[in-house]
Design a protein around this ligand. Structure first.
Ligand SMILES: C[S@@+](CC[C@H](N)C(=O)[O-])C[C@H]1O[C@@H](n2cnc3c(N)ncnc32)[C@H](O)[C@@H]1O
Length: 401
């Protein structure tokens, strides 16, 4: 995008970055807040702010190396200016950019990125070391793929409309979409736009859900009439898909440790016309105990590092830590061991993550199977961003024999 030389847009950008980098806020929510705060901005202005925030968050380490120092609360203008110099843009003659020397920036950029992959691709060193240790040469391909901004993909809510119908509805609202042939319910936006304002969204015709993520619920092989537990349901992305696959017949128990997420799930379920969902907060071990041996199908969409969805959440690169990944792996192990009891004999479960690390995926499942001979691995799938062009996911289907 061409640089838009309006100062208030830059104020919006630097304010948002300040919150993301120094106040631990999430980029998507902060951006939403910034854009809401100035309703007079047109769509071009909004696009400029959103794109600049996401780009500069994504390329933080590379920009810092080119700037010659770490980003700080008092040098955010310099940070953003450095990004535009690297994009070969001419900076406006504002005091904030006075000290920037394009020649120096390019020199430093060349020196820092020439031989250092982690700086060039803008990832923290510890993450690069971990990724290489776990994935070898494959890791670099994934990092490069995850530095490409993610497309927006919709999942058609088949409880209300089919894919062709939704494509037409959106067309009438001047939104062009593309059919993704390998994903039966997916439509990809041709251009980024705010789809939440459309009638189609308000009528519950679709949800935003990455194409890779749309493979998880079908992997559970649910049928109308089944009793299904979605044990880490969150705000319900997979639950809603399960309800559609079950044609609203049978029962889904959507559990999570956070009540606020389940409240959001209920709102979304109402909009989607999904009527076979019951939510329950996991506030004690009794909740799981009550459901022991009752589920035809169990989905464990486990909490994870999110190392498969970095292209969508680039700020995660700077928020994650090795300690967090280690502790979440312990949590995954515990969740698998405790929650598998809900599956009835002859039933099945899917363990899924949005990570590409074997230690959260295949190795976690291997360890589980060793301690649980009553489960058998039937199939597993790893979706890699470098191969699919979408987010990275892992899923394993295990039967209780
Ligand atoms: C990957 S997210 C789930 C996303 C959700 N299934 C969706 O499709 O939108 C993992 C969820 O697990 C929840 N969680 C974390 N620890 C948990 C636990 N011990 N038991 C159940 N849920 C847990 C988190 O609150 C989070 O909502």
């Amino acid at each position: 995008m061409k640089l838009l030389p309006y100062k208030n847009l830059f104020i919006g950008i630097t304010d948002t970055l300040n919150q993301v980098f120094f106040h631990n806020k999430y980029a998507d929510r902060e951006l939403e807040r910034t854009l809401k705060s100035n309703p007079k901005w047109g769509s071009k202005d909004r696009g400029f702010i959103a794109e600049t925030v996401y780009d500069t968050v994504r390329w933080k380490r590379m920009i810092e190396a080119s700037m010659g120092k770490d980003v700080a609360e008092d040098n955010l203008w310099e940070f953003v200016g450095t990004w535009f110099v690297l994009q070969d843009e001419k900076l406006p003659f504002w005091d904030e950019f006075k000290k920037l020397s394009p020649k120096e920036i390019l020199k430093r950029n060349h020196a820092a990125t020439d031989k250092n992959f982690a700086v060039r691709e803008s990832i923290p060193q510890w993450m690069h070391d971990l990724g290489e240790k776990e994935l070898g040469n494959q890791w670099k391909k994934e990092v490069e793929a995850m530095n490409i901004p993610a497309p927006t993909v919709l999942r058609v809510n088949t409880l209300k409309i089919d894919r062709k119908g939704l494509k037409n509805e959106l067309r009438q609202e001047r939104i062009d979409t593309e059919v993704l042939s390998k994903f039966p319910d997916a439509l990809q936006l041709k251009e980024k736009t705010n789809v939440f304002r459309t009638h189609s969204f308000k009528d519950g015709f679709f949800e935003i859900q990455d194409a890779g993520s749309q493979l998880i619920s079908p992997y559970l092989n649910v049928k109308p009439g089944m009793r299904v537990v979605d044990a880490c349901a969150g705000a319900g992305g997979k639950t809603l898909h399960l309800a559609a696959l079950m044609e609203n017949k049978g029962q889904i128990y959507s559990l999570d440790i956070h009540e606020w997420k389940l409240l959001e799930l209920k709102k979304r379920a109402k909009r989607a016309g999904a009527q076979n969902i019951q939510t329950k907060v996991i506030d004690s071990t009794k909740v799981i105990k009550k459901l022991e041996g009752t589920a035809d199908r169990l989905l464990i969409d486990a909490p994870c590092s999110g190392l498969g969805v970095i292209s969508r959440n680039p700020d995660a690169k700077w928020k994650l830590s090795l300690d967090f990944i280690e502790s979440i792996q312990k949590e995954q192990e515990k969740i698998l061991n405790d929650y598998c009891k809900m599956v009835k004999s002859g039933g099945a479960m899917v363990y899924a993550t949005c990570s590409i690390l074997p230690s959260e995926n295949q190795l976690q499942v291997e360890k589980f199977l060793k301690n649980h001979p009553e489960f058998k691995l039937v199939r597993e799938k790893q979706i890699l961003p470098s191969q699919s062009g979408f987010d990275g996911f892992y899923m394993a289907y295990m039967e209780k024999v």
